[in-house]
Design a protein around this ligand. Structure first.
Ligand SMILES: [Zn+2]
Length: 87
């Protein structure tokens, strides 16, 4: 759903690679070669980046997810600034 921060198996940090990886792959580069050039050698880390699908923006188009998103934003961002609590 969201880009991975760390490899699910070994815990190596991957979040800093996501933007460049996704940009280059969307421009047509071969994913395996992009991972090679980024220095991602372990197959667990390669698997994590290769199989990530970010669909959070797609889900946000649907009303039920938009309402959940609104609740989360109110709870964690408005409340922390002294706003009213949303039940
Ligand atoms: Zn790994």
């Amino acid at each position: 759903m969201l880009p991975p921060i760390r490899c699910f198996t070994c815990g190596a940090p991957l979040g800093h690679l996501w933007e460049e990886y996704s940009r280059r792959v969307s421009q047509g580069e071969e994913p395996g070669k992009v991972l090679d050039s980024l220095g991602v050698r372990r197959y667990c880390c390669r698997r994590t980046l290769l199989t990530t699908v970010t669909y959070v923006e797609e889900l946000a188009k649907y009303p039920v997810y938009a309402r959940i998103r609104e609740k989360v934003v109110r709870k964690y961002f408005v409340e922390s600034e002294g706003g009213d609590r949303v039940s």
